[in-house]
Design a binder for this molecule. Structure first.
Ligand code: SDX
Length: 429
C-alpha cells in the first residue's frame, strides 16, 4: 500500500480518488476495483497495462532484461542450482539446504509412476497425434485417478497434487513421445536425477543398456530451469483463471498446457526451428527479414519479440551459451541451422525495424537448436516447455488458492453488439 492516490476526473466533472499500491520491484499499481460502483470499466485488451494479481514468485524487468525467481537472477540459478532446487524455491520461496532437497527428491520419487490404467488411455490416440494433444488429454485425465488429492481447500491435498504433477509430467511427456514413434514405454528410474530420468524414459531401449550423456542431462536440466516460470504469462494466467473457479489442479494444469501450445507463446520454439529450416541458408535471411517487416505479411520472426522484454531475454543468453556446449558435445557444431540462427540474430539486431520495436531474441530462439541436438523432435519442443513450466503453474495456482481474498476471475467487456430487439416469426425474417 502507499499513501499515493490517483485522481480520475470523469466527463461529468466528478473526481474519483483511487488507491495506489507500491511493489517491491516494478510499477506502482492503481486499484480500479471501485470503478464499477461508478458505472465504469477499464478497457485493456491483452492486459498490456493490467496487474491481474499480487504475486511473490517471479519478477521481470523487461527494460533491463532481468528475470528473478523469488529474487534470484535466472543466470545465477541456471549456473549454480539444478532444476529440483529451483522447483523447491518456486514452491516454497527459499532455496533448499541439503536435507530439504533430499526430502523433496524423495517425495517426488514417490510419485513418478502413473496408474497403469493410464497407459491404455494412450491407445485411444492416433499414432500421428501431436504430442501436445496427448499431453493435454492425459494430464487432464489425472483428475480421474487421484481422488485423494482433489480437495483444493485441504492443504495436504494441494501439496500432494503439486508433487504428483511435478513427478508425473516427465513420465507423461516421455510416454507421449514413445507412443507417437511406436516404441515401448520406459518406466521411471528413481536412482536417476529428474532430467536424467526424463531423457532415459525418452531414449532408452529394452534391447540394450545405456545411460543418457551427462552433458545432455545438464543441458536438459538447465532448459527446465530457464522455462520454469515467467510471471503472469498467457498460460500461467490461464491456470490462475481456471483455478479461481475451484477446478481441480490437474484440470487447471491441463488448461495451461492447452494455452501454452499457441505459436505466439510456448509453440514458438517449434515454430522457430521450422522457420530456421525453411530459411535453410544464410543467403535467404534478407528475404525473411523483409517478410517479417511487411505489415501485409502475417509472417513474424519466430523466437523474436516479447510482450515484456524490450531488451535481451536473459534466458536466451544462457540458452545461446548452452547451445554451443551441446553442439560441441554432440559433434554438431557445424550445424548449418546454428549458423542461420546466429546470422539471423546478428542481422535482426542491426535492422532499424527490430531495433526501433525493441525486438530481441526470446527464450524460444535457441531452445529448439539445443533440443534438436539432444535428439528431441520438433513436435516435442512445446511438451518440454510444458513439462518445465508445470512448476511455475503449480506455484501460481498454490499462491492464488491460498490468497485469503481470492475470488472467481470474471472480466467484463466493452459491448458493441445489438441493442435489445424482439424475435420475429421465422416467416417474417
Ligand atoms: C513466450 O509472456 C511471456 O512471458 C511468454 C514467455 C514465457 O516464458 O511464458 O516468455 C514465452 O511466449 C515467448 C514469446 C514466443 N513467441 C514468439 O517468439 C512468436 C513471435 N513473437 C511475436 O508473436 C510477438 O513478439 C509476441 C507475441 C511475443 C509479443 O507480441 P506483443 O507484445 O503483442 O507485441 P505486438 O504483437 O504488439 O508487436 C509490437 C510490434 C508490432 O508491430 P506494429 O503493429 O507496432 O507495427 O512489433 C511487431 C508487431 O508486428 N513484432 C514483430 C515480431 N514481434 C512483434 N515483427 C516481426 N517479428 C516478430 N517476431
Amino acid at each position: 500500500m502507499t499513501d499515493k492516490t490517483a485522481k480520475l476526473t470523469l466527463p461529468n466533472g466528478e473526481t474519483l480518488e483511487l488507491e495506489m499500491y507500491a511493489p517491491t520491484l516494478g510499477n506502482d499499481v492503481i486499484n480500479v476495483a471501485s470503478l464499477v460502483k461508478n458505472g465504469l470499466f477499464t478497457y485493456d485488451p491483452g492486459f498490456m497495462s493490467t496487474a491481474s494479481c499480487e504475486s511473490k514468485i517471479t519478477f521481470i524487468d523487461g527494460g533491463k532484461g532481468v528475470l528473478l525467481y523469488r529474487g534470484y537472477p535466472i543466470d545465477q540459478l541456471a549456473e549454480n542450482c539444478d532444476f529440483m532446487e529451483v522447483c523447491y524455491l518456486l514452491l516454497n520461496g527459499e532455496l533448499p539446504n541439503v536435507d530439504e532437497k533430499q526430502a523433496f527428491l524423495d517425495r517426488i520419487n514417490n510419485h513418478t509412476m502413473l496408474n497403469e490404467q493410464l497407459t491404455h488411455f494412450f491407445n485411444g490416440f492416433r499414432r500421428d497425434a501431436h504430442p501436445m494433444a496427448i499431453m493435454v488429454g492425459v494430464v487432464g485425465a489425472l483428475s480421474a485417478f487421484y481422488h485423494d488429492s482433489l480437495d483444493i481447500n485441504n492443504e495436504s491435498h494441494r501439496v500432494k497434487s503439486a508433487f504428483r504433477l511435478l513427478a508425473k509430467v516427465p513420465t507423461i511427456a516421455a510416454m507421449c513421445y514413445r507412443y507417437t514413434i511406436g516404441k515401448p514405454f520406459v518406466y521411471p528410474r528413481n536412482e536417476m536425477s529428474y532430467a536424467e530420468n526424463f531423457l532415459n524414459q525418452m531414449f532408452s531401449m529394452p534391447s540394450h543398456d545405456g545411460k543418457p550423456d551427462p552433458v545432455l542431462v545438464k543441458a536438459m536440466d538447465k532448459i527446465f530451469t530457464l522455462h520454469a516460470d515467467h510471471e503472469q504469462n498467457c498460460s500461467t494466467s490461464t491456470v490462475r483463471l481456471a483455478g479461481s473457479s475451484g477446478a481441480n489442479p490437474f484440470a487447471c494444469i491441463s488448461s495451461g498446457i492447452a494455452s501454452l501450445w499457441g505459436p505466439a507463446h510456448g509453440g514458438a520454439n517449434e515454430a522457430c526451428l521450422r522457420m530456421l529450416h525453411e530459411i535453410g541458408d544464410v543467403s535467404r535471411i534478407p528475404e525473411y527479414i523483409t517478410k517479417a517487416k511487411d505489415k501485409n505479411d502475417p509472417f513474424r520472426l519466430m523466437g523474436f519479440g516479447h510482450r515484456v522484454y524490450k531488451n535481451f531475454d536473459p534466458r536466451a543468453k544462457v540458452m545461446r551459451d548452452s547451445a554451443h556446449e551441446v553442439l560441441e558435445a554432440t559433434g554438431k557444431n557445424n550445424d548449418p541451422i546454428l549458423k542461420v540462427a546466429m546470422e539471423l540474430e546478428r542481422i535482426a539486431l542491426e535492422d532499424p525495424y527490430f531495433v526501433e520495436k525493441k525486438l530481441y531474441p526470446n527464450v524460444d530462439f535457441y531452445s529448439g537448436i539445443i533440443l534438436s541436438a539432444i535428439g528431441i523432435p520438433m513436435n516435442m519442443f512445446t511438451v518440454i516447455f510444458a513439462l518445465a513450466r508445470t512448476v511455475g503453474w503449480v506455484s501460481h495456482w498454490t499462491e492464488m488458492i491460498a490468497e485469503p481474498t481470492q475470488k472467481i476471475g470474471r472480466p467484463r467487456q466493452l459491448y458493441t453488439g445489438e441493442k435489445q430487439r424482439d424475435v420475429e416469426d421465422i416467416g417474417k425474417r
